[in-house]
Design a binder for this molecule. Structure first.
Ligand code: GUN
Length: 282
């Protein structure tokens, strides 16, 4: 039976450190602010945005919420971002994805000032991550590395397999594992012999978005299994991994909920604090 990687506990300790950092800046007369923009009424996005607001309150970061109607034009959204780029009390800007279809997501990401891009989605931040010279890391992959570090799970020399190649998770995850000297394979929907590849993984990260996708036959005995999936089925939340059967085989596993999810928001708080420090010459 595997050990549970308790993302909730690791996230709480990250938040505690961020809270202390925010308090330190406050003593110097600097307040930290995060602007969160939600366009439309996607139910999952609404929950995420609400959780981000609560996390800000918990660590002493001022949150500025912009909830815009789904009919908001691309121009209106770009204009709001331009205003926030120039607003001194706003250190970080996050525009919740996905956006309504009539808005070009890449254009919006590109409009956020790289210094305030706490998602690290802007191409200049993506490029900086690729060469290993960065201020911010994207929240989900950074949260996963934080969990591995917290449990002293070594990445160097390990066979790391990432399922999923999104800009938000898969690609940056591969990059961060490479920075830590992992040997990385990225699989995706067109990969042939998926199970053959995943069953060689010492560290397996699944970011597919399909409940029960990763079964025990795809996992090596003693592997570390990280489940990024957040799949709502009949009102209940499931990861990508068949938890019970894989837990019998893995050495460590993240649960859903309570694994990667809570880390993502904590890393966002950390990035916002970093942004505030950089913008104030620290
Ligand atoms: N939608 C799902 N995950 C994320 C995220 O990490 N950041 C933003 N902005 N939108 C998301």
């Amino acid at each position: 039976m595997s050990r549970i990687l308790d993302g909730k506990a690791v996230a709480a300790s990250v938040k505690e450190k961020v809270g202390a950092g925010v308090a330190e800046l406050k003593e110097e007369g600097i307040s930290v602010g995060l602007a969160v923009i939600l366009v439309g009424d996607d139910p999952a996005s609404k929950i995420y945005v609400e959780n981000k607001k609560k996390a800000c309150e918990a660590v002493g970061i001022k949150s500025f919420q912009y909830v815009l109607d789904k009919s908001t034009s691309e121009g209106e959204l770009l204009s709001l971002i331009s205003d926030l780029n120039g607003e001194k009390s706003v250190n970080g800007i996050l525009c919740q994805l996905p956006l309504p279809e009539h808005i070009d997501e890449q254009k919006v990401i590109a409009a956020i000032s790289p210094e305030k891009d706490v998602d690290a989605f802007n191409i200049s931040n993506v490029g900086r991550i690729m060469i290993g010279n960065f201020d911010f890391l994207p929240c989900t992959p950074a949260g996963i590395i934080e969990i591995l570090d917290n449990y002293n799970i070594d990445i160097e020399g390990k066979n790391c397999v990432v399922i999923g190649r999104s800009n938000i998770v898969g690609k940056p995850m591969a990059m961060l594992l490479m920075h830590r000297n992992g040997t990385v394979t990225v699989c995706h929907s067109k990969t042939k012999n998926l199970a053959e590849i995943t069953s060689k993984a010492d560290i397996l990260v699944s970011s597919v978005g399909k409940a029960n996708f990763v079964t025990a036959d795809m996992v090596k005995e003693g592997a570390v299994v990280i489940d990024v999936g957040m799949n709502r089925v009949g009102g209940k939340l499931y990861g990508d991994v068949c938890f019970d059967e894989v837990a019998n085989k893995a050495s460590y596993i993240t649960p859903v909920p309570g694994g990667v999810g809570p880390m993502t928001i904590s890393m966002l708080m950390k990035n916002t604090l970093t942004a505030a420090k950089r913008q104030n010459g620290r």
